[in-house]
Design a protein around this ligand. Structure first.
Ligand SMILES: NC(=O)c1ccc[n+]([C@@H]2O[C@H](COP(=O)([O-])OP(=O)(O)OC[C@H]3O[C@@H](n4cnc5c(N)ncnc54)[C@H](OP(=O)(O)O)[C@@H]3O)[C@@H](O)[C@H]2O)c1
Length: 401
């Protein structure tokens, strides 16, 4: 996604919108004919299947203020971290808003709500005065953390979005999932070990969206991967599909528990040390994986899907000089410039355009305009219930009309 550097083309003053504008930025205005917008909101933290609700927002016909854009969301992913945010157990916290344009009740003055969602793709409907580098029809991704993307449309400060580069090469789903999982995979493969063609990486949670991106980005660089997954009925099918993505080997945690497999792995790597391990699971699965790492290796943890603590044998630190790190893409964005962010986005778009990287299997959950808020709330709660029961096995993206 070759990105227009909106922040850099804006006048400096526009990057710090005056308070008179700040109340306008969240409003889901329409600039032309009347239409209703919808948002998925919550007022208190808890289980998403209980606390989320759909909220219709009355149309307010207005032009976006200077340095703002009216955008219509095309697709907004549901990522595991979004669930933690709603539960109130994630370090990045959204801010409640009472400026959704409703005249009374939820979202109106004195009745603030959180709007769900962190990642999302939107199309520009119109721009306010002084906005350069962005025009009607452009695709943008939301770059401001936790600003609420599970909406049909809204007014945003243009500094909170980035134009999607190379849009013609991308599907909506590819563009909507550009800012979280592929950059996490890319950075973890580049920031800790200087990997060369023919080097080996081991990862758990290999079937996750990040895991699949790791497989593809590594394969594009000639890096070999050993991929750990949970056992399941259609294991051969999963092994085949990860192999088709570029996985060198796929093993289950159960297979790894068999000590004979360690010898087999030495045969695969021809004795070459594995210097990078990527962990999004935690628990004993990660302890077993860490034992595969060679001398001076780096273990990078970026998730804890099993919710089990990480336990690493002391001997790995003493005798193999293991280094253990954490990685958080949100922190990467906080500490890097907009130019670096855009450069990374371009690199990822390039990989997609070259057919070296794609999204995992996706499912779009559409909430139509004709649905009442009650019906839409039931739909959305049902989605989260199914997610918590592991019933999707696909990346779910919301489309709110
Ligand atoms: N630190 C960061 O910057 C960053 C960025 C992006 C994502 N993440 C984290 O990375 C993780 C993966 O995210 P994602 O969006 O790629 O996830 P995802 O596509 O929803 O996949 C989740 C994966 O977790 C596996 N899993 C779930 N519970 C498990 C358990 N108890 N034991 C073993 N495996 C389990 C699933 O395995 P099955 O295939 O067997 O169902 C699935 O492959 C999450 O923890 C997320 O929060 C972190």
């Amino acid at each position: 996604m070759s990105v227009s550097r909106l922040a850099s083309v804006l006048p400096r003053a526009a990057r710090h919108a005056p308070s008179a504008l700040s109340r306008a930025i969240l409003r889901p205005f329409s600039t032309s004919k009347a239409r209703l917008a919808r948002a998925i909101v919550y007022t208190e933290n808890g289980d998403p299947a209980s606390v989320l609700q759909a909220l219709t927002i009355p149309d307010v016909t207005n032009k976006p203020p200077p340095s703002h854009a009216h955008v219509r969301f095309l697709l907004s992913p549901i990522n595991p971290a979004d669930i933690n945010v709603i539960e109130g157990v994630y370090p990045s916290r959204p801010t409640k808003t009472d400026n959704l344009g409703t005249r009374e009740g939820l979202g109106s003055e004195g009745h603030p709500v959180f709007v769900g969602g962190n990642e999302g793709l939107a199309q520009v409907v119109s721009v306010g005065e002084g906005v350069e580098g962005l025009r009607e029809g452009d695709w943008v991704v939301v770059t401001k953390q936790q600003s609420g993307t599970w909406m049909s449309e809204r007014i945003v400060p243009v500094v909170d979005v980035a134009k999607v580069p190379g849009r013609e090469a991308l599907t909506e789903a590819q563009a909507a999932t550009l800012t979280v999982n592929p950059p996490t995979a890319y950075n973890m493969l580049h920031d800790f070990v200087d990997l060369k063609e023919g080097d080996w990486v081991v990862q758990n949670g290999a079937n996750s969206a990040v895991g699949q991106a790791v497989i593809q980005i590594a394969a594009a660089k000639g890096i070999k991967t050993i991929n750990l997954v949970r056992n399941r009925e259609n294991l051969d099918e999963l092994k085949q599909s990860l192999t088709n993505l570029g996985a060198t080997h796929v093993l289950t945690y159960d297979e790894l528990a068999d000590k004979a497999v360690r010898e087999k792995i030495k045969g695969w790597t021809k004795g070459k040390e594995i210097r990078l391990g990527l962990n999004c699971i935690g628990g004993k699965e990660t302890t077993m994986m860490a034992r595969l790492l060679g001398k001076d290796a780096h273990l990078v943890s970026y998730g804890a899907m099993s919710k089990q603590p990480l336990s690493l044998p002391t001997s790995l630190f003493i005798f193999k000089n293991l280094t253990a790190h954490g990685f958080w893409q949100s922190q990467w964005y906080k500490t890097r410039s907009a130019e670096e962010r855009d450069e990374l986005m371009k690199t990822i778009v390039q990989l997609i355009a070259e057919k070296k990287l794609d999204t995992p299997e996706i499912e779009v959950v559409k909430i139509g305009k004709e649905e009442s808020d009650t019906a839409a709330s039931e739909t959305i709660r049902g989605v989260f219930k199914a997610l918590s029961e592991g019933k999707y096995g696909k990346k779910v993206l919301l489309k709110l009309d």
